[in-house]
Each structure stands twice: as structure tokens, then as C-alpha cells.
Design a protein around this ligand. Structure first.
Ligand code: ADP
Ligand code: 5SP
Length: 499
């Protein structure tokens, strides 16, 4: 039997899956990661910690496997998107990575619009300038940390740095490059025009490759540390949402994904890069060649629940925290939550907005709060579904993935709020599975990613919407939509008092 490894470098953990030729998960290991948040709106991680935890996770995986390392033919990666990793001429890390949920770059986004122009930016990149994307982060370091910036020779994204440490070679794949806001999506090349306009050297950009392309093999040093074989082929991999799409079978038009990880995502397959969404949704390269996807993003989806747990139930497991949400009726007895703890991206690109609980009263118990948090996250994702539907997309079935699928009630809530059939696959680890599928396809096990999906992906359960709950949630969603406008100005006035 032959195997591949899928590494998912997420925000809350690095997860490693060992998968056989039938697509069965033979072993899995997860290593937690934490955020460094020195100021309000700041969110960083140390790339060296990603490598340390991944290497330790890989050696644990190999130990649990116990078979011959030579039978592990390939390894590939899924990575949290947009995070800026700056390297010097020796490929050493110059500062902590500035992550996708860090919103310090509002000024740099304005600068991009002033210099490039909204229409031209959309023409080249198909995306707006958002605080989370990599380009504004590069401009922030250039402006605020000129000494560090002067030493920068290359920038890469999180999983690219990890792959570099495993192979000694630097690359970036198209699906992740699209999220930098420096890729010319029309020609699939770095935009010299943007680099020139914003006074960035094009030499900072790494070589581009396809997600299933081989980008080296395991170095003997890493082989010694982990037990991996130097003959194991290393494939580029992709952005976590592109990998989640592959690992959830979103490989043709009409298929939609809901992912609840740290962030939350509604993603839809696109066969071409010439549609116009006016920057209302993200429009990125897929991990499958010559394919694309559109996506709405809730910045703090799973994170809102983990924030609530950390503040109010730190010693409890997620399982215990959400155990009784089914005892609370839809609408959480009049308690409403907006999940803006990091600000928001879709449908309101707003770095200043913050979360609210509306309607608290003395009868509410902790279970009402927990359900309200889960509903608020799901309402926010429904905002993206709404946007897609208003753009003419028909959404009747959604494949759900990520940590949020660990709870049945949340899956049923998704079916009732989105008014769709929700499919849960046998593994909730869409991004890791997608990464493993890129390795399996790269190794030549299958003629296409679609063939691989037909063998690897199995439906576990389908959740159908309950018409009564759909009606009730429709009414509450209208109230939810009002909260943004009603709290926007209040939050702007609170900005000077934040940490
Ligand atoms: N048992 C559970 N029930 C409901 N949600 C859960 C459970 N366990 C984890 N989660 C949610 O999943 C999130 C982590 O999802 P994951 O896909 O692992 O994130 P990432 O890929 O960003 O690291 C947590 O923040 C939490 O909100
Ligand atoms: O910023 C985005 C997408 O644009 C996020 O989806 C990140 O890619 C982080 O993903 P998770 O850690 O939540 O999987």
C-alpha cells in the first residue's frame, strides 16, 4: 500500500493526515497554534513555531504509522492565506508573520486605491484592497519598519515557508498568490505594473507554480528529524480555501462550500476568470489548474466561538460548551450576536466594526449565549450566500467542512439558516484532504483531481432544512442585517478607547 501526507497549516493548529490509496485516513496528528495579539487589530504568528510544530507533528505521525517511510510517496500543503512572511537574502525570517485577520493596514489600502485606482486594481487582480491581503501588509512594513524592509529579499505565504524548510526551495502556487493582491489574474503572472506603481521590487516575489507541481523532495536534515524518506516527493499545495474546495469535491460549476474554521467561508466554483463581481466577493485561482472560485469571508467564524470559550468557559472542551445548544430554540430567546470580533470582510469590508450581543435579558442562560454565537456566525455566512444568490447563483446544496462540522446541531442550523441541504463528508478536514489529494494527483495515482475526489470523498450525512425553522430564521436574519448599520457609528466612536 502507498500513502500521501496532507499538511494543513491552519490558524488554530497544524493538522497532518496520512492517507492511503483509497482515501482513508490512516493516521492523524494535530498541534495547536496560538495568536500573538499585541494591539487591537494586530494578529501575528512566528513562522519558526509553524516549522517546529509541523516537524514534531510529522515525526509523531511517522511513529504512529510504523510502516516503511519509503511507501509515503508524496506530501503537500494547505495553508492559511495572505499571511506575510518576510525573508532576508539567506531566507531567514525577518519578523513575525502578519496574518490574514490582522487589520492594521487600512491606511495602506487607501494608498493602493489612490495610486492604482479602484477600476485598474479590479482589472488586474479581480479583487479589492482589503486589510487582510498581503500587499497592504508589505506596504505597512515598508512604511513602519523601514530597517526590516531594507533587508527583505523575498516574501512568501505561511505554507510556502514551511515547504521551504522541508525542501530548501522557495515557491508560491497560483491559488495562494491570488490572495496577495499582486497577481495579475488575467495572465497568471506577478503584476509588474502594481510593483512599479507601489515601488516594490518584483524580485521580492517568489517563482510561481501549479498546486500539483513537484517542488523538490525532503532534505536529509528533515528526514533525520521526522523519519520521512528523502524519496518522498513534495508538491506545492494551495491556499486553505482552494484546498478545502478540492477536499470537498468543489470541482465543477454549481458546487458550493461552507467552511467554518477560524474564519468562515462560503465558496463557489468558477470555470473562468472573466466574470465581474465588482470586488464584492473574493475571486481567486482554484487549486485545480485553469479554474477559479468566488468567496465571501467571515473573519471570525470558529474564532468567535473559541473567543467566547476562552473568556467564559476556558477549562471546558468545545464538546461540553455546545452540548446543550439544542435545548434553546432558534433565535436564542431573543438574543442576537454579530461575530465581528476581528472586524468583518463580507458583506461589510470594515476593519473598525466590532461584535455585539443585542437583546440580553436576565432570563438568558449561558446556553442562550452559546446558541446566539453559533447563530450569529451562521447569519454572517448567510450574508455571503445572500450575495451569491442576488448575483444569480442557485444554491440548493452546500458541502460543509472545518471544525464547525464537529457539531450536528450546527450543521442542522446551517441547513435551516441557508435553506439548503447541507452535506457532511466522512472527514471534516477538507483543507488537509485537499492537500493530500494534490499529492496523490501529483504522484500520478489519478488522471484528474475529479477522479481522485470520486475515490477519496465519501458522504457521511445530509441535513435537510426544516420549513418552520427556515421561516423563523428568515425573520431573525432581517433583524441581524440591521445590527451592522445600527452599531457602525458607535464602534467608530469607540476606536480611540481600544487597546
Ligand atoms: N466540537 C466542536 N463543536 C463545534 N465547533 C467546534 C468543535 N470543535 C472545534 N470547533 C470549532 O472549530 C474551530 C477550528 O476549526 P479548524 O477547521 O480546525 O480551524 P483552522 O483550520 O482555522 O485552524 C474552532 O475555532 C471552533 O469554533
Ligand atoms: O483570509 C482567509 C481567506 O481569504 C482565511 O480563510 C484564511 O485563509 C484562514 O483560514 P482558516 O485558518 O480559518 O482555515
Amino acid at each position: 500500500m502507498k500513502y500521501v501526507i496532507g499538511v494543513d497549516l491552519g490558524t488554530s493548529a497544524v493538522k497532518l493526515l496520512l492517507i492511503n490509496q483509497q482515501g482513508e485516513i490512516v493516521q492523524e496528528v494535530s498541534k495547536s497554534l496560538s495568536l500573538i495579539q499585541e494591539r487591537n487589530g494586530y494578529s501575528e504568528q512566528d513562522p519558526r513555531v509553524w516549522v517546529k510544530e509541523s516537524v514534531s507533528g510529522l515525526s509523531e505521525l511517522l511513529e504512529k504509522f510504523g510502516g516503511s517511510a519509503d511507501d509515503i510517496e508524496g506530501i503537500s500543503f494547505s495553508g492559511q492565506m495572505h499571511g506575510l512572511v518576510l525573508l532576508n537574502g539567506e531566507n531567514q525570517v525577518l519578523r513575525n508573520a502578519i496574518l490574514w485577520n490582522d487589520t492594521r493596514t487600512t491606511k495602506q489600502c487607501k494608498e493602493i486605491y489612490e495610486v492604482v485606482g479602484n477600476d485598474r486594481l479590479l482589472e488586474i487582480t479581480k479583487n479589492p484592497a482589503l486589510e487582510g491581503f498581503t500587499l497592504p501588509k508589505l506596504l505597512w512594513v515598508k512604511e513602519q519598519e523601514p530597517e526590516i524592509f531594507s533587508k527583505a529579499a523575498k516574501f512568501v505565504l505561511p505554507k510556502d515557508y514551511l515547504r521551504y524548510k522541508l525542501t530548501g526551495l522557495l515557491h508560491m502556487d497560483y491559488s495562494d498568490a491570488a490572495g496577495t493582491l499582486l497577481l495579475d489574474i488575467r495572465s497568471n503572472s506577478w503584476s509588474n505594473e502594481l510593483c512599479e506603481a507601489l515601488e516594490l521590487s518584483p524580485d521580492l516575489c517568489p517563482p510561481l507554480v501549479d498546486s500539483h507541481e513537484q517542488t523538490g523532495s525532503i532534505t536529509s536534515y528533515i528526514s533525520e528529524l521526522t523519519g520521512l524518506s528523502t524519496s518522498t516527493r513534495v508538491f506545492a499545495g494551495g491556499a486553505d480555501n482552494a484546498c478545502a474546495a478540492i477536499g470537498s469535491g468543489i470541482l465543477e460549476e454549481g458546487k458550493t462550500l461552507c467552511s467554518i474554521g477560524t474564519s468562515g467561508v462560503i465558496l463557489s466554483y468558477e470555470s473562468s476568470n472573466d466574470k465581474e463581481f465588482g470586488g464584492k466577493v473574493h475571486y481567486f485561482n482554484h487549486g485545480a489548474s485553469e479554474a477559479y472560485y468566488t468567496m465571501g469571508v467571515t473573519l471570525a467564524a470558529g474564532y468567535s466561538l473559541s473567543w467566547f470559550k476562552e473568556v467564559f468557559a476556558n477549562n471546558e472542551s468545545f464538546e461540553d460548551l455546545v452540548d446543550k445548544v439544542d435545548t434553546v430554540p432558534p433565535g436564542s430567546n431573543g438574543l442576537l450576536f454579530t461575530p465581528y470580533v476581528f472586524g468583518e470582510r463580507t458583506p461589510h469590508a470594515d476593519a473598525s466594526i466590532r461584535a455585539s450581543f443585542i437583546g440580553m435579558d436576565s432570563s438568558h442562560t449561558r446556553n442562550d449565549f452559546v446558541r446566539a454565537v453559533m447563530e450569529g456566525i451562521t447569519f454572517s455566512l448567510n450574508g455571503s450566500i445572500d450575495l451569491f444568490r442576488k448575483n444569480g447563483k442557485k444554491i440548493v446544496t452546500v458541502v460543509s467542512t472545518g471544525g464547525g462540522t464537529k457539531n450536528d446541531h450546527w450543521l442542522q442550523m446551517q441547513a435551516d439558516i441557508f435553506d439548503v441541504n447541507v452535506i457532511k463528508l466522512a472527514s471534516e478536514q477538507g483543507p488537509g484532504m485537499g492537500a493530500a489529494m494534490l499529492a496523490a494527483y501529483g504522484c500520478g495515482w489519478f488522471d484528474s483531481l475529479k477522479d481522485c475526489a470520486d475515490t477519496f470523498l465519501k458522504v457521511d450525512q445530509t441535513y435537510t432544512p426544516d420549513p418552520e425553522k427556515v421561516k423563523k430564521y428568515n425573520e431573525i436574519f432581517a433583524i441581524y442585517l440591521d445590527v451592522y448599520g445600527q452599531t457602525k457609528r458607535l464602534n467608530e466612536r469607540l476606536v480611540p478607547y481600544r487597546k
